[in-house]
Design a protein. Structure first.
Length: 370
């Protein structure tokens, strides 16, 4: 059974694990998702319903966003959610005005601030797709910087980047950068570090939060060179076989505050799954059986020298991850397996009630009669 079907009428849907209010802007879209064949959108819908980590004060702030406010009752939440992300999450940093900070850094998200007891020397790992970072910067998708980045990259490396804007454009999943990555690796660790820094800086002031895990969760896979396993444990379902990844290893002292992520920062990812109520961190959803969950956190993009100096200076090609979540059945099975995993790991009454409330029998458990 999908994650968003259910009876209508007197029963109310849960939104952020609370009964929806009258005329809630998300209601129509969520109600219609039960008949939508898109597994990704169904998972996204289930995350909005389940994510208790978005408190009322933050929800109220979200609902004041004109994209939600002006479209109350319409069936366009997916596009409006993306608009909210671009305007309120991926926004310029360094603003002194509280109201101008990215939403996850504002006071109303203090509920998700990770306690300060993490030692400053504690290791963090951030992983990103080299293919996708380059693609976004040489296409027309990011900040209008495509020409500037291309010129700087080619000047520094002597390597030519593909033209992804020609004709109808090359889809990101077909963007092959093998020869560039291989040649860059031959140039050595310092060259890769410099390009990693250039990539991060080229996103400009408007940049996404960094998603990270703790190094002691990931070290075994990194030591074994299991890059597909690392991406699987991190829930990086957008990664395909043949993509190249960059790895940054840095310390807690290198960044500002750490936050437990929410469905809001996860954009529209169906590979995100809210963490249970007792967890002070996020909990990743592994893409493959036999791999563990990692503790996940987010923080503000750290800037230099972290961008350049903490990249480990090697591009790794991912093999064996497969097209995870590419069809409805695999994504549904993946998410149900993760619920079972959470039930085994989180034993408090509150956790188990939450997991079961948003479990397999979602048609009945995701409603309340009040």
């Amino acid at each position: 059974m999908d994650e968003s079907s259910g009876k209508q009428g007197q029963e109310r849907q849960l939104i952020f694990d609370r009964p929806e209010g009258d005329g809630h802007p998300f209601s129509g879209w969520l109600a219609n998702m039960g008949s939508n064949p898109d597994a990704g959108k169904n998972a996204f819908c289930g995350n909005i319903r389940a994510d208790w980590r978005v408190p009322v004060v933050r929800e109220n702030s979200m609902l004041s966003f004109e994209g939600f406010r002006d479209n109350a009752g319409r069936d366009c939440l997916y596009d409006q959610w993306k608009s909210y992300y671009y305007h309120e999450i991926q926004r310029p940093l360094g603003e002194d005005d509280e109201s101008r900070k990215p939403a996850y850094l504002r006071e109303f998200n203090g509920f998700n601030l990770v306690p300060a007891r993490i030692p400053p020397f504690y290791g963090l790992i951030h992983v990103s797709s080299f293919n996708r970072m380059v693609y976004n910067l040489i296409s027309d998708a990011e900040n209008g910087n495509s020409g500037i980045f291309r010129a700087m990259f080619e000047e520094r490396t002597g390597l030519s980047l593909p033209d992804v804007n020609a004709g109808s454009g090359i889809p990101i999943d077909n963007f092959n950068i093998d020869s560039v990555a291989s040649e860059l690796n031959k140039m050595g660790e310092r060259a890769v570090k410099e390009i990693a820094g250039l990539l991060c800086r080229s996103y400009g002031k408007s940049r996404r939060p960094w998603w990270a895990c703790f190094a002691d969760d990931a070290d075994k896979l990194i030591d074994n060179g299991d890059w597909a396993g690392l991406c699987s444990c991190l829930g990086m379902g957008h990664i395909n076989d043949g993509e190249w990844i960059l790895v940054w290893r840095y310390k807690k002292k290198d960044v500002d505050r750490l936050y437990r992520p929410t469905v809001v920062e996860a954009y529209d990812s169906p590979f995100h799954f809210p963490s249970p109520p007792s967890s002070i961190y996020g909990v990743t959803m592994p893409l493959k059986d036999g791999y563990p969950c990692f503790r996940e956190i987010i923080h503000d993009a750290p800037g230099e020298p972290v961008f350049t100096e903490t990249c480990d200076g090697v591009l790794r090609r991912v093999e064996g991850i497969g097209p995870a979540g590419a069809d409805y059945n695999s994504l549904t099975i993946m998410r149900e397996a993760h619920r079972g995993r959470l039930l085994n790991e989180f034993k408090s009454v509150n956790d188990m009630e939450w997991i079961k409330r948003h479990g397999a029998n979602i048609a009945e458990s995701n409603k309340t009669g009040i």
